[in-house]
Design a protein around this ligand. Structure first.
Ligand SMILES: O=C(O)[C@@H](CO)OP(=O)(O)O
Length: 228
């Protein structure tokens, strides 16, 4: 049985402030660090030994990856970072308070922006410093892949090549894989793995710091899914 473990980063400073975050590189909160360490302890208790770990280029996920590996005494495990595992880019919503935005535009509109598969957020010009697209870590990024903001569909389209090129081959090579990433990049990959419809994906939430184990068959079809 092939094994894949998803961990959504622990609570971030902007999760705590209820702000749209996306590609803004905010830190874990104190609570988030504890959640990530607890996730590592659960991995250790479950006796899961990773061969490779994948994470994004955002510190809240990278630190979560490190905490999980440190607490399970596996800091030696090779780590590969990619922007393709980043949180969905939240466009012009980045930095706004979610509650205030709901009061301004209505809760239904905000729920569509947050959870619908194909509604794009209001886009941000790539020259806007808040867009993060000019940061040097994205120097090789094809800007058409992230048109100033992403819905889940665009997030899946840019995460999928990383699944195909890196994660799936590692699994098919019988490696036990950790993916420490974000609410929406993990929802996108979960949609693919679990074959969830465009409508049903609206209802899927992945909690922070809870290791989610996928046991997969040899053709990467889903056998079993559970939280530690
Ligand atoms: O702000 C964000 O980047 C994400 C994750 O925290 O928010 P949402 O819950 O709307 O997907």
């Amino acid at each position: 049985m092939l094994k894949l473990v998803f961990v959504r980063h622990g609570q971030s400073e902007w999760n705590a402030l209820n702000q749209f975050t996306g590609w803004v590189d905010v830190n874990l909160s104190e609570t988030g660090m504890k959640e990530a360490q607890e996730a590592g302890r659960k991995v250790k208790e479950a006796g899961i030994e990773f061969d490779v770990a994948f994470t994004s280029v955002l510190k809240r996920a990278i630190k979560t990856c490190n905490f999980v590996l440190e607490e399970s005494d596996q800091l030696w495990v090779p780590q590969i970072k990619s922007w393709r595992l980043n949180e969905r880019h939240y466009g012009a919503l980045q930095g706004l308070n979610k509650q205030e935005t709901a009061e301004k535009y209505g809760a239904d509109q905000v729920q569509l922006w947050r959870r619908s598969y194909d509604t794009l957020p209001p886009l941000l010009d790539e020259t806007d410093p808040a867009s993060a697209l000019n940061d040097r870590r994205y120097a090789n990024l094809d800007r058409r892949a992230v048109p100033g903001g992403e819905n889940l569909k665009v997030t899946l389209e840019r995460a999928l090549p990383f699944w195909e090129d890196q994660i799936a081959p590692a699994l098919l090579d019988s490696k036990t894989v950790l993916v420490a990433a974000h609410g929406n990049s993990l929802r996108a990959l979960a949609k693919h793995i679990e074959n969830i419809s465009d409508d049903d994906i609206m209802g899927l939430e992945i909690p922070t710091g809870q290791p989610l184990v996928y046991e997969l068959n040899d053709d990467l079809s889903l056998s079993k899914k559970y939280y530690l």
